[in-house]
Write a protein that binds this ligand. Structure first.
Ligand SMILES: Nc1ncnc2c1ncn2[C@@H]1O[C@H](COP(=O)(O)OP(=O)(O)O)[C@@H](O)[C@H]1O
Ligand SMILES: [Mg+2]
Length: 336
């Protein structure tokens, strides 16, 4: 009989009134819905029985009783990503996606930086400013420009051109702005000029495989002054920046030996952070110095069928479709 896969997801209504969430959070969390029909079709076509389970905060323990041979976890909402991963760790059915432990490190930029440093990965210089720290006399131990990021967010929530600051005054202003908006500590990093790169990694027959690296690019004359993958480039569907932003694999004009070295670092990071099944490592590369820096490790990266997305570009770069990658993740976990 066909194995049964249950797709687990969290529906976040665009009209939600949760005061802990900004409109950016709600928008980002709501987008996961688009992935559900895609995954359902791919898994069905792959010959599996497929069920979909919509999880809610008050029924988390449903996860302990799902009728499934395998669970594909798509929950990456601000509210439920960690609680769901914790619950998945308490039950016996194999599941796709990261463990609670890996996710709790990757979702916290402070812990991520600590681990990157501990393993001697190249990563931008940084300091933290805690929510209640006095900042009037703040001095950076590196030169401007710097980038100011919230420590507890993902998906570029709180990241715009305004995140990049060129002076002490701009720095203080941006920290105050983020404190009002997101009420959390901030991470300040040296700004790395250059290319925005992503490495999608997939376990294949228990061997970790890095798909061809993808580089962010823009079509036509649209340019983003700092070449960042911020909230607008990632999510604002009616903006010119969003429409022209896409990923290409492999990157343009990067020496082969640097690509090889970055892929090696990305694989090391996957292992150091304890990722499972699949993951993504994001980097910046400065072509002038030929140095690269790991920005973050994504334990639960979206696998987005949109051709503009990095995971699809990387799959295509390897001669695969994203469907092949999804099925590979399942087959690998089920030892098929
Ligand atoms: N130190 C940095 N130098 C240059 N660009 C950066 C730096 N840190 C972040 N960025 C830009 O901001 C984007 C989002 O930052 P990131 O740390 O990945 O946060 P998130 O978890 O929200 O995705 C990155 O993809 C990159 O374009
Ligand atoms: Mg990121």
């Amino acid at each position: 009989m066909n194995k049964k896969i249950v797709i687990l997801y969290h529906f976040v209504d665009k009209a939600t009134k949760d005061e802990a969430l900004t409109k950016e959070h709600v928008f980002v969390d709501n987008q996961t819905d688009d992935a559900v029909p895609y995954f359902r079709n791919v898994l069905r076509e792959g010959g599996y029985g497929v069920g979909v389970h919509r999880i809610t905060a008050d029924r988390l323990s449903d996860i302990l009783h799902l009728d499934a041979d395998y669970i594909f976890n798509l929950v990456d909402s601000k509210e439920l990503e960690l609680p769901v991963a914790q619950m998945l760790g308490l039950q016996k059915t194999p599941y796709a996606g990261a463990t609670y432990k890996a996710l709790s490190i990757c979702n916290d930029k402070k812990r991520t930086k600590q681990l990157l440093r501990q393993y001697r990965f190249p990563t931008p210089e940084y300091i933290y400013v805690f929510y209640s720290d006095r900042i009037v006399n703040l001095r950076l131990p590196f030169a401007f420009p710097a980038i100011v990021k919230p420590t507890q967010e993902h998906c570029s929530v709180g990241i715009t051109d305004r995140s990049i600051v060129r002076s002490h005054d701009e720095l203080i202003y941006r920290i105050e702005e983020l404190r009002v908006m997101l009420k959390q500590s901030v991470l300040i990093e040296e700004f790395i000029p250059g290319k925005e790169l992503q490495v999608t990694l997939v376990e294949n027959e228990k061997i970790l495989e890095a798909l061809p690296m993808a580089e962010m690019a823009f079509r036509g004359s649209v340019r983003n002054p700092w070449n960042i993958y911020g909230f607008e480039e990632k999510w604002k569907k009616d903006s010119a920046l969003y429409k022209s932003c896409h990923f290409v694999a492999p990157p343009r004009d990067v020496p082969e030996e640097d690509i090889e070295a970055m892929l090696k670092d990305a694989k090391r990071a996957y292992t150091a952070f304890g990722l499972k099944d699949y993951g993504r490592v994001d980097l910046r590369y400065n072509p002038l110095t030929r140095r690269w820096y790991i920005l973050e490790v994504n334990a639960n990266p979206g696998l987005d069928p949109d051709p503009r997305d990095a995971s699809t570009a990387s799959a295509n770069g390897a001669g695969l479709s994203l469907d092949d990658v999804v099925l590979r993740i399942v087959k690998n976990s089920l030892h098929e």
